[in-house]
Design a protein. Structure first.
Length: 300
């Protein structure tokens, strides 16, 4: 083959390679101005399969059903070696029926496994999620949030693990959560919370959890273990049960600031907002009181 023929083949190969990369997602270039578009469950799963893209920008463009993936077929986005540092805008669409189930002690499990500094996850709803593992740092949306920002995100479903740092939304949080919620069931061992399992040097603002939460120690309707952090304008209504350090709002509160937070004593089965530590800034009441505007306006 002559030089001209080889040149044509080379150019064709480069073109096909570029086309293949672009076709991985539903459009876009991965920038903030032109994020990769996610239209299908296959495209969603492709994010986790391509760690080179974990610093890029993504936007969900439609409701997607992830039920085609079972066991560990879903590719978790971000891990302890390569963290997710990009952005994901759910566009107020819904990710439904995502399952990740294994008897192994796999850590950093969620739609996102490990989210790091500079990462932003917004407007994302996950419905009917089922996560089951024996590892730690497990959440319905994020396993480990290492100073990332999560805004206006919601999870409904079941999160189960035999280990520590288990939360309905985030397993372990060092970042910022604003306008988020979780509903369903959360089961773990230690530091188990309806919204966050372990919250340290992080902020949870204007968020709530309506979960049945069960663990052994440091179990809370909102946060299992709270350490040097800030909880502001949060609410919880759900049964919390465990052996030690169990609270309607927080299981174990250590040197943390809590302001204008509430828990439903009837729904939680607990008349104490915190299992151990300070209980200032928390207000408990009956279900009827928690449905009355006066309860919240009185607290400012």
């Amino acid at each position: 083959m002559g030089k001209t023929g080889w040149a044509i083949l080379f150019i064709l190969g480069v073109s096909l390679s570029s086309f293949s990369t672009a076709a991985t997602y539903g459009g876009g270039s991965g920038t903030a101005e032109n994020p990769y578009q996610i239209w299908t469950p296959q495209q969603m799963n492709m994010i986790g399969a391509n760690s080179a893209d974990w610093g890029k920008c993504f936007k969900l463009m439609a409701d997607i059903n992830m039920s085609i993936y079972t066991g560990t077929q879903y590719k978790i986005i971000g891990n302890e070696f390569t963290k997710f540092t990009g952005t994901f805008d759910g566009g107020n669409y819904v990710i439904r029926n995502l399952t990740y189930s294994t008897i192994a002690g796999i850590q950093y499990v969620g739609v996102f496994g490990y989210v790091s500094r500079a990462a932003i996850i917004t407007n994302t709803t996950v419905e009917n999620v089922f996560i089951s593992t024996n590892g730690s740092n497990v959440g319905g949306l994020v396993g480990y949030n290492d100073y990332g920002t999560i805004i206006n995100c919601r999870v409904n479903g079941s999160v189960q693990s035999g280990a520590s740092y288990i939360g309905g939304l985030v397993g372990r949080n060092f970042g910022i959560l604003t306008g988020c919620s979780a509903a369903g069931t959360v089961n773990g061992s230690s530091s188990v919370g309806g919204l966050v399992g372990y919250n340290s040097f992080g902020t949870v603002n204007n968020s709530y959890a309506i979960c049945s939460v069960n663990g052994t120690s440091k179990v809370g309707g909102l946060v299992g273990q709270s350490y040097y952090d800030m909880l502001h304008m949060c609410y919880t209504a759900g049964l919390s049960s465990g052996s030690t350090n169990v609270g309607g709002l927080v299981g174990s509160n250590e040197v943390s600031m809590v302001a204008a937070c509430f828990w439903d004593m009837e729904a939680s089965g607990l008349d104490n907002g915190v299992g151990s530590g300070s209980a200032t800034g928390m207000t408990g009441g009956t279900t009827a009181q928690m449905q009355a505007q006066q309860t919240f306006s009185a607290a400012g």
